[in-house]
Design a protein. Structure first.
Lengths: 350, 235
């Protein structure tokens, strides 16, 4: 009788242990709620390829650096960039570590930041552009002066905002200062919004001067994709559902609230894709009391519409190495923080 | 002739002996850590894309312990740490649970910066609010005794949502810039302009004298109980 009871207890314990192991190693797939349908795919769609396929030379890069430096009245020197992407060239200014010109010679895109030294300090920037219209006019002037053109009909105002600085002083007082104005243009091709690399972002400073610029507007040529080249909604739906489930980790629920047909720009090709927007709900425990709470976070993912896409999409990227399991540190890393034994008083250091 | 060669050798050896501690110090002083807050959502890629620019020191699926009572051995043992995962104002999701960053210094490990941490970047939603999001944007960082702000120079993140379609590119560009020794938070903001969506807005809280820190050239740590703190943010 005694033996039966002991065996029953041990068996119950083993089953409970196994269940808890299974629970931690194979999370249940999230419940997916579809509040937005996959858009119908037209019979034909334009797909695009960069036409500036011959890389810029180092001399071309040097000329671009000189043009930007002359226009901004600063000096730029070539900088070491030991780990930058293939084709990348970096420039810097010896007096301001926030000054940067980084360009990709293979694609012709670049980022320029004149530097924020001159915007340091507790003061508003004098004579910032006062309106979106004024910022747009100044942006057009800067782009024209640098011989950069957004082809007619391709640009859409995507954002008008800026850059502020705030301070909390030792005496507890606070202030906020307006430093720069930002205006950003995104791209439209063939009537569809382009997401991904394409953009022109300008930051405008004192008296409307060019404070920073991201220029990524490579010329493209298009061709028409049709027939079996394109996936249709009935084929896309399971692909989207799989993608959403695959990248949702331990979320309890995913509400897909938006799906739209877009073009995705990976830097070399611009291809039709579905941008899926969703809200994920996680059931988590927070704080020392392990209070249960539901947290909702948004996410997006891009699913190609071409049956054989040439682009590199965000979810295709995988790290060359995986992180180490935290449990290698033992129990302390696996469990919640409840270690009061190490609590000690802070010394007065100052 | 032989004497001259000997002399050259001696000079070279002497120079090496002189330089060796400095080289060691440089290597030892620069440690990078990456912490992925979820499994199966691509945040390992986000973290790795920063770490790959360095011979990094730590790369973990992250737990609360690494930010809280164990931070002296993890996040605070690094000069620069990057988190990839979910967030909300002053909090992040780890593998073991959601952690409130405004109370992490309530153990003997204190907050970040009393050991080594100089720069921490959160590639996640809303962890660093701006003053247009939270009027009191500073207290939860600097409050004593439990605030995380214990000597760290800059804490970077986003004041808005950030998205998985762009986050791995933001950390990649940021890593290249930090490695090339540009100013730190300015590189984070440039990465946001270069790679992020038009509705993703970067933000940073910083120790004012450390505003132009680079990875190789930074000012002295602020005192652990400093409440002097600045904020830059995009809107």
């Amino acid at each position: 009788m005694k033996r039966t009871i002991v065996i029953s207890i041990l068996a119950t314990f083993a089953v409970a242990l196994l269940a808890s192991r299974c629970h931690t190693t194979t999370p249940r797939p999230p419940e997916i709620i579809w509040e937005a349908n996959t858009p119908e795919i037209p019979e034909t769609l334009e797909t695009f390829t960069a036409t500036n396929t011959s890389p810029m030379s180092r001399d071309d890069g040097e000329r671009l650096a000189r043009r930007v430096a002359d226009y901004s009245r600063i000096s730029l020197q070539p900088a070491e960039a030991p780990t930058a992407r293939r084709g990348a060239v970096f420039y810097r200014n010896a007096d301001d570590p926030s000054t940067a010109l980084t360009m990709n010679l293979e694609r012709g895109d670049f980022l320029f930041n004149k530097g924020l030294r001159m915007y340091q300090g507790e003061n508003d920037t004098a004579a910032l552009p006062a309106s979106q219209e004024e910022a747009a006019r100044l942006a057009a002037e800067h782009l024209r002066a640098l011989d950069l053109q957004m082809p007619a009909g391709e640009s859409v105002l995507a954002h008008f905002g800026g850059l502020n600085m705030a301070i909390h002083r030792r005496d507890g007082t606070t202030s906020t200062y307006r430093k720069l104005i930002t205006i950003r243009y995104d791209r439209r091709l063939g009537g569809l919004p382009v997401i991904g690399d394409s953009r022109a972002v300008l930051q405008l400073g004192s008296r409307g001067e060019l404070a920073a610029l991201v220029w990524d507007w490579h010329p493209v040529s298009g061709r028409t994709a049709r027939g079996s080249e394109l996936l249709r909604a009935p084929e896309l739906r399971p692909a989207i559902e799989k993608r959403v489930a695959d990248v949702s980790g331990d979320a309890a629920k995913v509400v897909v609230d938006r799906q739209e047909l877009v073009l995705y720009d990976d830097g070399m090709v611009i291809e039709p894709a579905i941008r899926v927007m969703a809200q994920r709900t996680y059931r988590v425990r927070i704080g020392k009391d392990r209070e249960p709470r539901e947290i909702v976070v948004p996410f997006d993912t891009i699913v190609p519409v071409l049956a054989s896409p040439r682009g590199t999409y965000p979810d295709m990227l995988r790290p060359q190495e995986l992180p180490r399991e935290a449990s290698s540190r033992g129990k302390a890393e696996r469990s919640a923080d409840d270690d009061e034994s190490t609590k000690r008083e802070r010394p007065r250091r100052y | 002739m032989n004497q001259r060669v000997d002399r050259r050798h001696r000079i070279l050896v002497f120079a090496f002996v002189l330089a060796f501690p400095a080289l060691l110090a440089f290597a030892a002083d620069h440690e990078e850590g990456g912490y992925a807050g979820t499994k199966g959502e691509g945040h390992d890629t986000v973290v790795y894309n920063f770490l790959k620019h360095f011979t990094y020191n730590q790369y973990y699926w992250t737990t609360e312990w690494q930010w809280h009572s164990g931070n002296d051995e993890r996040v605070d043992a690094m000069d620069i740490a990057v988190f990839g995962g979910h967030g909300s104002p002053w909090s992040i999701k780890t593998i073991t649970g959601w952690i409130d960053l405004s109370t992490i210094a309530d153990t003997g490990a204190w907050g970040w910066g009393d050991t080594d941490a100089d720069f921490i970047a959160f590639e996640s939603c809303k962890v660093v609010p701006g003053d247009i999001d939270q009027a009191d944007w500073w207290t939860k960082w600097v409050q004593e005794p439990n605030g995380a702000w214990d000597g760290v120079h800059q804490i970077m993140g986003f004041r808005t949502d950030s998205y998985q379609s762009t986050d791995q590119d933001v950390t990649d560009y940021f890593g290249a810039r930090v490695r090339a020794n540009y100013a730190i938070w300015q590189s984070w903001f440039d990465a946001s302009n270069e790679e992020a969506r038009s509705d993703e807005m970067a933000s940073v809280v910083f120790h004012p004298p450390a505003e132009f820190d680079t990875y190789a050239n930074m000012v002295a740590d602020p005192p652990y109980d400093s409440n002097w703190i600045g904020l830059w943010y995009q809107y």
